[in-house]
Design a protein around this ligand. Sequence first.
Ligand SMILES: Cc1cc2nc3c(=O)[nH]c(=O)nc-3n(C[C@H](O)[C@H](O)[C@H](O)COP(=O)(O)O)c2cc1C
Length: 179
Amino acid sequence: MKALVINCSPVRNGATAEIVSIVSKELSDKYDVKSICIDDYDFSFCKGCRSCHTTAKCVMDDDVPVIMNEFDAADVIVSVSPSYWADIPGQYKAFIDRCTPWCNTHEPHATISSGKRGYAIALRTGPSMPECERIIQSIEHFYGHLEIEAAGHMGLCQVEYKENVEPRKQEIIDFCGGI
Ligand SMILES: Cc1cc2nc3c(=O)[nH]c(=O)nc-3n(C[C@H](O)[C@H](O)[C@H](O)COP(=O)(O)O)c2cc1C
């Protein structure tokens, strides 16, 4: 079984990356784990042309299919996302917009293999959980339209830098136990 753990932040060595590292290590007993950072890839913004509604393909040729191949190969997907202005970072939102060829609201649409489980971990600096829940909702909405089962989530408030992750490590490990 394969797991894909995604750093949805453009920061490769911050708090999100630290959580990705803990999750990847915890899952490695059970899964063949691959971790990626959204900033490892080059892709343009969706232009909203809707060509994909009739062709199931994007008119642009860049790294989005490369990321989707990683999704296709995985049995379990864990998206780890910080709050940027109370939402997912623009880079991850831009990627989701570009997944419209795979969105199940139009026919034909592209598909990835079925039976996947998706998890979401949201983190933020502020103290209240509703902002994490909003991020989780964005990720689970995306999973839903790709027919990835939303199988679990967690929110971590009061995390800004990677040093703030260490005291929360056991919570993250406990969450990974259910994946
Ligand atoms: C551009 C930007 C916007 C942010 N907006 C929020 C916010 O609206 N609410 C919040 O609680 N934290 C906010 N934060 C803090 C991040 O969620 C927090 O520092 C997180 O740990 C960042 O992880 P990263 O360094 O791995 O990207 C913001 C950080 C950045 C860089």
